[in-house]
Design a protein around this ligand. Sequence first.
Ligand code: EPZ
Length: 432
Amino acid sequence: MDRILIRGGRRLSGRLPISGAKNAALTLLPCALLTDEPLTLRNLPRLADVDSFGHLLNQFGVSTLVEGSRPEDFGRVMTMRAGRLTGTTAPYDIVRKMRASILVLGPLVGRAGEATVSLPGGCAIGNRPIDLHLKALEAIGARIEFTAGYVKASAPRSTAGGGRLAGGRYSFPVVSVGATENVVMAAVTARGGSRIENAAREPEIVDLCRCLVAMGARIDGIGTETLEIEGVDRLHGATYAVMPDRIEAGSYACAAAITGGDLELAGVTADDLRATLDALAAAGVTVEERRGNVRVAATGRIGPLTLSTAPYPGFATDMQAQFMAMLALATGASVLTETIFENRYMHVPELARMGADIQVRGRTAVVRGVDRLAGAPVMATDLRASMSLVLAGLAAEGETQVSRVYHLDRGYERLEEKLSAVGADIERVGDG
Ligand code: EPZ
């Protein structure tokens, strides 16, 4: 397994390109299932999860063609075509590796009238059930059955037409990004209309809705917590560009802050990470927005913060680990509260091994700033935890070795290349 070696203490400066958003790509890819015409996605990030999702779509007979792009280019163009589905089952061996596989459930039911997906199981940050996905699909007419570790959703055959969802109304008891995505993808080709209340409002949901509208869907309330969807008989193909990755951008903004650097994040939409940028400014970091770029600069130690994660537009849970690494070197004590996932502090013991002073009580972590961190061998456990270890390594004295970097490859396109280009002393070494 590869490791990443970082020799810390260097200020980062320069222009850093932001790739297409992983969490938008993973909900745009399954949209290809909703039509027999080609769906072309541009600005797709080169990530392990994107490749895995393409492999999953192939299981259903979807062709996936990656159009030529020069090796030095970031992002890819992929054209998918679900001309005739050859299957509607997402197998355990794929689903267990990528939780987002559950996002084929809604589009498969919408297109084929049925879908069978392995239950995803938990992951490092919590057990992450799918009950809200299933309740929302039931509310628009799906029948849900469980057999031997799989869940099957189907649209009852009715006199009005074989295997088509009716549409309906569902109000989410808690905000769920994935469940909102699944029910929207199922509702767009339902027989009737659907009203989704307390829907997630993350920018990735907006990206999904915009792509579906480009494919002929009828959705009102995009970007709000209430979505009104009018079912249409069929969707057509489209070409759509994936939005920039707000979490990647926020992560590299933390890299500028923790190294006392000055980075221009290119191609990012500042509003997509407003809470992150506001938190950085509150910590004394300079944040400037300029024509589709965001400049983030720090000249000294940052100040402490009190932050709670929340659904968009609140402070993103996907930024919590990165902020914890940055605040480990702040001038005072910070309090971070993780309200979304029950076990998203796996990075804490590893940061502590580098000298961070962090006390976790339940969902709250108190981070007392220290003067310095020391490089050490550390182990990545999940995607954002591994990024927090990279950030700590960039600021630490000495060498940090981050192992199990396959976690990083799931969400950060060519990380060491991007960081080296702005002055980091970082390299990937393979164990062969
Ligand atoms: C998406 O996960 C993202 N993943 C996550 O990013 C992100 O952290 C999360 O949204 C919150 O913003 C992708 O988009 C691929 P949820 P998702 O459903 O959809 C509970 C990253 O690092 N819940 O909004 O799984 C759940 O347990 C990843 O890029 C239920 O109880 O998140 C959690 O506590 C990590 N029942 C909360 O809701 C359900 O049916 C929010 O989960 C579904 C969720």
